[in-house]
Design a protein around this ligand. Sequence first.
Ligand code: CU
Length: 378
Amino acid sequence: MFSKTILASSLIAAVSAHQNFHQFWVNDETPGYQVGIRMPPSNSPVTDVTSEDIACNVNGQTGVADTVAASEGDTIKVQWDQSGHPGPITHMLFGPVDSAKAATGVGSWFKIDELDYVDGKWANEIMGAANMTHEFKLPTGLPSGEYLLRSEMLALHGAQTVGGAQFYIGCAQLKITGTGSDGACGPEIKLPGAYNAEDANIYIPNVYNGFDPTNYTAPGGPVGSCGGSGSTAPVSSKPSSNSTTPATSAAAASSAAVSTSVSIASNVAVSDVAAPTSSAPVASVTAAPGGNTTASALPSLVFPSTFQTSVVAAPSTFQTSVIAAPTNNTAPSAPSSTGSVGTIKKYGQCGGRNYLGATSCESGSTCTVMNDYYSQCV
Ligand SMILES: [Cu+2]
């Protein structure tokens, strides 16, 4: 008998091989579907980490009309397409700038959120149990101004080859009211520049053979802070060597190092946008700080259940409930790039153990065996 979880994962893989970031909420209010977000021309991943596309995806240097208001400390919820691709989700900010619409996103970012592998589940699986949403807070101590918010889902199912990791990226435009002063936030992450194709968290030769994701951390370094002087210091992993005090001060958790200054209660407002639509009744996911839980025995194969089975004969009522689109979406979910029949788009799955879908790739790409469990049109 199939468990609900496994069935859901299987269906997710069948429905959508690639994913985009389509909608976000500020304290449970949303400007709308794809509003304030620079949508890429397709749902294909970026794989060249040296490309400027690694900042805000293809065409991501061009602004969109709407910039959405928020305040430091606000809760941001993002929603992505369903994804069976194992890997983390991270969020970064670019700014402050005078105009988010005019900002390219090529240059210095800082990380404000990260969810990796917690209690045996990758971020995409955790999100899958919450309508593909993930929540985090804007740090306190942010300088007022406009920002780009970068949401990245990194897919590791092809990470056993250099250049095989897939970066799914979407950037939103925010106008943030905060209490910090310029330069308060860091450490900086240059995009492109900070990621290298052979970084240990991007190129994972043993990803299907003994890789332990328990202590995996996403690219870009630890979650930063906007501490400024006299506030919580940015995280340093180096213990103090010339101190006579015990080393307890060096043990700050990387994901908790935001300043302790008081956050301002906010009224969400949306510039240039009609009244926000109501928020969806979506269960929230609480990201476990640090993510370094005490995981049990090392699984030698941690991925297959999330994507290997592309088609499962499930009761039709079950399928419907699993893949139902959020009720407040104003547009239907994008159709999948793979299916049980037809031609597979570039980067889509076209084979692998237990895979029952189509195997012919669109012109310009070839079905290539990545491993026993996954063949991809590349
Ligand atoms: Cu994909």
